[in-house]
Design a protein. Structure first.
Length: 368
């Protein structure tokens, strides 16, 4: 659209939101704007030049010159409305690794050896699990290129993960036993503020995920019936900022019963923080490393404590539930596992420990 206007008592023309075509790769409309043109004819010439430039492939990607960088951006843009902000943040982070290494390669010149060498080199920097994610997203981006006829074959589907040395990690280091947990919580209670105690009490006594606890408001605590309603989670968006989202899966929406000791601590914390708004977040400092920094603070002051991760408190809870006699179904529902296999993996470890104790008891009995 060409519009006439007056500026400094002079007649001027501007091109406003004028459509000149649609990008055939992204489906995005190309519109142009320009002001300060001296005549309608000059405005028309500007539109014509912009349209020619666009039609000569200067306004959008050329099949023959399309680089992996641009392909990845197009693929992400195509799917950004179908995935959570937290997932988009992860995808951007992983694909940045691809773009910074082989992003300048034109996709029609991208070969299997180039892709395989890239993945092989990653083995020196990243874990097997993380490198597998890089490989998967490379393949998905190239799948998108095949689907849109930019290339005939996806070389990414033939890329293999290099061999990783198997690291033997003791499963006992992944969570606390009953005595270790009691020692940890007692040290926290005696030496740190109430908020820190509540964080780790909830982690250990509910098995909730970090994001689920960060999203909690006082409305989610039923003090009368001693229940905790988990119905949302805190995730990271593409800018690295926290936002409230739906829980990880449908089964993650659950109501967890709380013991009287945890309820009393929550009552005390609410009273001391003078919080009467039920929509107020229980933990106000929502940044990614908040819980991790608190845990590091504890371990720094008391280095004799066995070190586990924040997520390992969830495994601790599950393991101790099994030790206390809870059924697989009870543990699955309390932890919100969508797949019972996840619960069974923990159960297998616990039963292996029990079998070892049983064997030792039998051997001791036979010696007597």
């Amino acid at each position: 659209m060409i519009q006439e206007y007056i500026k400094n008592n002079k007649k001027c023309f501007k091109v406003r939101n004028h459509y000149i075509g649609t990008n055939p790769y992204t489906g995005e409309e190309k519109r142009i704007n320009k002001s300060g043109l001296s005549s309608k004819r000059e405005a028309e010439l500007f539109i014509a030049k912009e349209r020619i430039a666009f039609e000569n492939n200067q306004g959008y990607f050329n099949d023959d010159k399309l680089k992996l960088n641009d392909l990845i951006d197009m693929w992400i843009d195509q799917h950004r409305h179908t995935i959570k902000e937290s997932s988009l943040f992860v995808i951007n982070h992983i694909t940045d690794i691809i773009k910074s290494n082989i992003g300048n390669v034109e996709i029609k010149k991208l070969t299997l050896p180039v892709c395989q060498k890239f993945i092989n080199n990653n083995a020196k920097k990243y874990s097997k699990r993380y490198n597998e994610k890089v490989r998967i997203y490379l393949k998905k981006a190239l799948d998108y290129a095949v689907q849109n006829n930019y290339i005939d074959k996806n070389v990414g589907q033939y890329v293999k993960l290099p061999r990783y040395e198997i690291e033997k990690v003791s499963s006992q280091n992944k969570f606390y036993n009953k005595q270790e947990l009691k020692e940890f919580l007692q040290i926290v209670e005696d030496n740190f503020e109430l908020e820190i105690l509540i964080i780790f009490r909830l982690l250990a006594y509910t098995g909730a995920r970090k994001g689920e606890l960060l999203a909690l408001t006082w409305k989610d605590i039923d003090f009368k019936n001693c229940n905790l309603d988990i119905n949302k989670t805190c995730t990271v968006d593409k800018k690295g900022k926290f936002c409230i989202n739906s829980t990880k899966t449908k089964t993650s929406n659950r109501v967890i019963s709380l013991d009287s000791g945890t309820i009393n601590l929550l009552k005390e914390f609410r009273f001391k923080s003078a919080t009467f708004n039920i929509d107020q977040a229980i933990f106000s400092k929502k940044y990614n490393d908040y819980f991790n920094l608190k845990l590091k603070k504890i371990y720094k002051k008391f280095p004799q404590l066995k070190k586990i991760s924040i997520h390992d408190f969830r495994h601790t809870h599950a393991s101790l539930l099994f030790d206390s006699g809870a059924s697989i179904k009870e543990v699955q529902e309390r932890l919100g596992h969508a797949d019972v296999k996840t619960t069974m993996n923990i159960y297998t470890h616990v039963t292996e420990k029990q079998q070892e104790k049983t064997a030792n008891r039998f051997a001791e009995y036979m010696i007597k």
